[in-house]
Design a protein around this ligand. Structure first.
Ligand SMILES: Nc1ncnc2c1ncn2[C@@H]1O[C@H](COP(=O)(O)OP(=O)(O)OP(=O)(O)O)[C@@H](O)[C@H]1O
Ligand SMILES: [Mg+2]
Length: 207
């Protein structure tokens, strides 16, 4: 399997994992890459979104705890990039650990709020725990989303996370009504996700 694997994760529900997976997948597909979305969340939100007529990216559901073993046999040889959408870590740790093991790159999606910041400790702990189990190290970065333009919170939490030794993407995804209503609609306006996709791809090279 030549494909690079990007796992989108966080501790809790509602942190924009599925939304980010959908937009990033379409951003990479728009660049001409062959992309596969793997929905590892038993809730199947990404899979349901993909059932709408204008979803452009091949998508399958594989909500299993041995994803890191199964993936190589499932991903076509022609696929450049796999995006894994995950369930909340606190609800389905087995699946999430497996999706983290499978990853070359890990994207942690969160809003710049204290409530979401506090949850990061558990996410870094899970990432650290799987690190010795992989052959090559994974690159991990936070993608801040639901940011408010010019609000202090974006830089406050960027600084806190950076001081904690973790990488935060320069690109942030603003809070937008179009994104809030995006589920089951065509992913057309990539907005800031195009820049986020480029930054994440660069992380992969660095890894
Ligand atoms: N940039 C944004 N602006 C406004 N709303 C957003 C943005 N990103 C995500 N949302 C909204 O936040 C909610 C949670 O997003 P999403 O379903 O992607 O989270 P999730 O982490 O996948 O949740 P779950 O763990 O339950 O699957 C959704 O209603 C979504 O539309
Ligand atoms: Mg989801």
């Amino acid at each position: 399997m030549k494909a690079r694997v990007i796992t989108v994760t966080n501790l809790k529900g509602g942190s924009a994992k599925t939304t980010s997976c959908a937009y990033l997948a379409h951003a990479y597909a728009a660049q001409g890459l062959s992309v596969l979305v793997v929905d590892a969340d038993p809730q199947g939100s990404a899979l349901r979104w993909s059932e709408t007529g204008e979803w452009e990216v091949p998508t399958l559901a594989l909500p299993v705890k041995n994803l890191h073993v199964r993936l190589a046999g499932i991903v076509p040889a022609t696929t450049d990039l796999v995006l894994i959408d995950t369930p909340p870590l606190d609800e389905n740790a087995g699946i999430v650990y497996s999706a983290l093991r499978a990853a070359d790159t890990i994207v942690v999606t969160m809003a710049p709020t204290m409530m979401e910041y506090e949850r990061l400790t558990d996410v870094w702990a899970a990432i650290d725990e799987v690190e010795p189990l992989r052959e090559t190290p994974a690159a991990a970065a936070v993608l801040l989303n639901r940011t408010i333009p010019n609000a202090k919170s974006t830089e406050t939490f960027r600084d806190l996370i950076t001081e904690g030794g973790h990488h935060v993407l320069t690109t942030t995804i603003p809070r937008r009504e179009a994104i809030a209503q995006a589920f089951a609609a065509p992913v057309t306006d990539l907005g800031a996700y195009a820049g986020a996709a480029a930054e994440i791809a660069a992380l992969e090279v660095a890894a």
